[in-house]
Design a protein around this ligand. Structure first.
Ligand SMILES: [Zn+2]
Length: 385
């Protein structure tokens, strides 16, 4: 039943997406929520698509909501154009309150006759006391199944003041380098897992399309992919949590991520994929802990400015790891120097001055941050001033 639900969710998403696309290109019109809901009702009445009524209608309506949000994000410039869902990607079905019942830890989903058995993975949370607003059932490309419960929670307390500020440069070799001079290399097991993933992907590419061997190789590659992803998430959560705990002001650079994903080198590809996630985690953890996150404009010359005297080099090659300032003879490590500059620029912004001492263009925060985070931020800045 769940596999069938996934199929219907995918069909509704893809069919709606292609119709939306057509309407936009032929008539230049955007499609409303009401129109997509009406179309779904119409489809269920046709002979070909009557099977859509055999699964719970809630996940189908939810996928229409999600597509609507995806388009709102696209039109606001926050996300790319929504894509078609494939049979091989991650599958999910969202059940809101009317479509599930959770009582004494027993979960029943709409249109199923027996409870859904699952393993609870949070020892410190009592499942019988849980009151979820949404239940998400998903299947990963490697065939693993997950049930996710969404609950409303109280806003957490602000973290303790530390009086510390830190600048972070996302260096090319080590992952982040902080203005305190700490460099945090990718964990070795991550590189090893990534190499294994690359090997499975090559093996898969060699198999004939549609063959049994290819689907076996695909399952292997998906499993290896999950391990890389989990190891990377774990690593990123550790460093972002440590940063947010240690510093009240955190300054990072706004990197041109879409321009960087084009690189093909393996190690680079891993860290490229991490940068966006690193920032996302910092954003929500700072907002939650009442910390200030300052995002410096990507054109700010953090690498080629001397953090000691402010001298700016005309050129600094990508391969140059160390350099000596012609102005004050200070010897610099490329990434550490950049992190110090990012911190200085971040401090200037957090203090509320316009631009920093060098007159560089420094922007306060990206528009992608939720509003509440910005409100919280100004409050904290005023408090510490
Ligand atoms: Zn200098």
């Amino acid at each position: 039943m769940l596999n069938r639900t996934f199929g219907c969710v995918r069909l509704v998403w893809n069919k709606t997406l292609s119709e939306r696309h057509g309407v936009y290109h032929v008539e230049g019109k955007r499609t409303t929520c009401r129109e997509t809901d009406a179309a779904l009702t119409r489809w269920k009445r046709t002979e070909d698509l009557a099977f859509l009524s055999e699964v719970s209608s809630v996940p189908l309506q939810q996928t229409l909501r999600h597509q609507h949000t995806a388009f709102a994000n696209f039109f606001a410039g926050r996300a790319g154009y929504p894509r078609f869902k494939t049979r091989r990607g991650r599958q999910s079905a969202h059940y809101t309150r009317s479509a599930f019942r959770l009582r004494d830890g027993v979960l029943n989903l709409a249109k199923t006759s027996t409870p859904l058995r699952f393993v609870w993975s949070f020892d410190n949370v009592d499942i019988t006391a849980l009151d979820p607003t949404t239940v998400v059932v998903s299947r990963e490309p490697d065939g693993r199944w997950y049930v996710t419960f969404a609950v409303d929670a109280e806003a957490p307390e602000a973290a303790d003041p530390t009086g510390h500020a830190v600048g972070v440069d996302l260096g090319l070799t080590d992952f982040p380098v902080t203005s305190d001079g700490r460099r945090i290399p990718n964990p070795r097991h991550l590189d090893r897992r990534a190499r294994r993933l690359a090997r499975y992907q090559r093996r898969m590419a060699r198999c004939r399309r549609g063959s049994r061997n290819r689907s076996k190789a695909r399952a292997k590659a998906a499993g290896a992919h999950r391990k890389v992803r989990n190891a990377r998430q774990d690593f990123l959560h550790r460093i972002t949590t440590a940063l947010v705990r240690s510093a009240e002001v955190i300054a990072i650079e706004d990197l041109d991520i879409s321009g960087m994903v084009r690189s093909h080198h393996l190690a680079r590809a891993i860290s490229d994929a991490s940068w966006g996630e690193f920032r996302r985690q910092l954003e929500y953890k700072c907002a939650r802990a009442g910390r200030t996150l300052v995002v410096i404009d990507r054109w700010y010359p953090s690498s080629k400015t001397c953090s000691a005297c402010g001298h700016q080099l005309a050129e600094l090659g990508l391969t140059t790891r160390h350099w000596t300032c012609p102005g004050c003879r200070a010897r610099h490590d490329r990434d550490h120097n950049a992190a110090k500059n990012i911190l200085a620029a971040g401090r200037a912004v957090a203090r509320g001055s316009s631009g920093d001492a060098c007159g560089a263009d420094v922007r306060r925060q990206g528009s992608s941050l939720p509003r509440s985070a910005m409100k919280q931020e100004t409050r904290v800045v005023r408090h510490s001033a």
